[in-house]
Design a protein. Structure first.
Length: 508
């Protein structure tokens, strides 16, 4: 009987273990041993031969592919990290589909990696040695910003020696001129380098030390910049002189300008009650400020009306003296200063060239071929600059002499000014604007006077008030007269033949 009981207990434990293994696959050997242990205990302490429900088993992790398992990193080494979004768990799909019940990650095959090579390729480098830095923060930042747009420092000395424009352009040369190291900076860098010979220099200090090895660096850069800037500096002097010469010729030959002067002179003589032979041309700019006492119209408008009546062939003046407008944009005292400065630069360039030829050494003798074309042609270039400056100086002297003569021709009182074109240019603009406004007003009036126009019909239905145009004509003594016509109203002309008739139409 006891043997039968023990046999029954073993069979019950075997059935429980088999059922649990089928329900929760897969289990390891340890899990099976645990189930056998609990199964035996349950059967031994059963209730009337019925085994109780076994306690819950430890939760099992879902199966994962070995391809997604992290590769252990060797201790003591650090590698670059991939900043991705990690999937901590792989949940099954909510429903069965044509893709299966698992995600794509669950079915990946394991990949064998060469971890040593990956560690070598992606190892995080330890912090390098501290770099030697002796410059101030502001100076260091300026040099670092300039280096970002310059070639590497080791390419700068050969380019400076040969003046190779294919390596450095005008802006680069200007940046290098701002980076020329001082004697104090070079001394500090060399002392710091001597104290720590194995420590690398910071980029700013390395650049200054490299540039400091170029003999006469500042002179070379100034000479190189002069060769690049000469054409532009010469053009800044020649163009204003050309426009000034052409402006004087246009003013002297322009008939509209002469008619304007004659008209203004006649009006001024009449208003002032004198017989002046001329006036200072600077007064032309004030014509728009003087207004009549009747309609408050500027005197310039009356001048335009007279010119349209007496000289209909005259132009708007501004279109005929374009060179005057161009010349008014320049300050000719500054032009003269630029010419003197350019001559000084040319003389300084000769001195710098002699210095380089005397102390050039092996670096100068090594400049050959196409790269040294600018450097080798410097003597010929400076000689050509001298000849061109002589011509430019002669042109400047002749134009200024002609300008003085033209001032005497126009009888200008302010002979010392070099900006005569500015008031003439402003006056021509005002004259053209006033003249165009008068012509546009006449065009509108012609359109209103056409038969059948709404304005013409409106005027025919309303009584005519006092109307009359101010008529200008030349008086007998050569001056200008203004005639106020008799009002064209309902009154008869006979009403004005009595007392006060002399006031009906009089000269003013």
């Amino acid at each position: 009987m006891p043997g039968a009981i023990r046999k029954s207990r073993k069979q019950g434990a075997t059935r429980i273990n088999t059922q649990l293994i089928k329900t929760h696959p897969p289990y390891t050997h340890t899990h099976t041993h645990t189930l056998l242990k609990y199964g035996g205990a349950i059967c031994m302490g059963g209730n009337n031969g019925i085994p109780p429900v076994p306690p819950p088993l430890p939760p099992s992790t879902p199966p994962t592919s070995t391809a997604s398992s992290p590769v252990p990193k060797p201790t003591g080494s650090r590698t670059l990290r991939l900043h991705w979004r990690e999937l901590q768990s792989l949940n099954p799909l909510p429903q069965v589909s044509r893709f299966g019940t698992q995600t794509i990650w669950a079915g990946l095959e394991p990949v064998q990696l060469d971890t040593n090579r990956l560690e070598y390729l992606f190892e995080t480098k330890t912090s390098s040695k501290a770099r030697v830095s002796v410059l101030g923060v502001k100076r260091s930042n300026i040099i670092t910003i300039a280096l970002s747009s310059l070639p590497p420092p080791h390419l700068l000395p050969p380019a400076v020696y040969s003046m190779d424009c294919s390596v450095l352009d005008r802006e680069d040369v200007q940046k290098l001129q701002a980076l020329v190291p001082s004697e104090e900076e070079l001394r500090l860098i060399k002392e710091a380098k001597a104290r720590t010979p194995h420590a690398p220099l910071a980029p700013a200090e390395l650049c200054l030390l490299t540039l400091g090895g170029v003999q006469h660096l500042s002179s070379r850069l100034q000479l190189w910049a002069f060769t690049m800037d000469y054409d532009t500096l010469e053009r800044e002097i020649a163009e204003p002189l050309f426009h000034l010469k052409l402006a004087m010729e246009q003013l002297a030959a322009n008939q509209t300008f002469r008619c304007i002067l004659a008209t203004v002179l006649a009006i001024g003589n009449f208003l002032n009650g004198c017989k002046a032979r001329g006036f200072d041309l600077s007064y032309l700019a004030k014509l728009s400020q003087v207004r009549d006492t009747r309609n408050r119209q500027p005197l310039l408008r009356h001048v335009c009306l007279l010119l349209l009546q007496l000289y209909p062939q005259c132009s708007d003046l501004h279109s005929d003296i374009t060179a005057v407008t161009q010349a008014s944009r320049y300050d000719y005292s500054q032009v003269q200063a630029n010419l003197c400065q350019l001559e000084c630069h040319c003389r300084a360039s000769w001195e710098q060239l002699r210095l380089l030829e005397r102390d050039g050494g092996g670096n100068e003798r090594g400049v050959t071929g196409a790269e040294g074309s600018v450097r080798q042609n410097l003597p010929r270039f400076l000689k050509e600059c001298e000849e061109r400056l002589k011509i430019l100086r002669a042109v400047h002297r002749r134009v200024m002499n002609r300008y003085s003569t033209s001032q005497s021709f126009r009888t200008e009182i302010s002979h010392r000014t070099l900006n005569f074109s500015l008031p003439h240019s402003d006056f021509s603009l005002e004259y053209r604007a006033t003249r165009n406004a008068i012509l546009q007003q006449r065009e509108r009036e012609k359109g209103e006077d056409r038969p059948g126009s709404p304005a013409s019909e409106a005027r025919s239905e309303t009584p005519v008030a006092q109307a009359g145009a101010m008529l200008y004509f030349t008086s007998g003594d050569g001056g200008l007269g203004k005639y106020n016509p008799i009002p064209l109203s309902g009154e008869s002309r006979a009403d004005h033949t009595g007392a006060g008739a002399e006031d009906a139409g009089t000269f003013v």
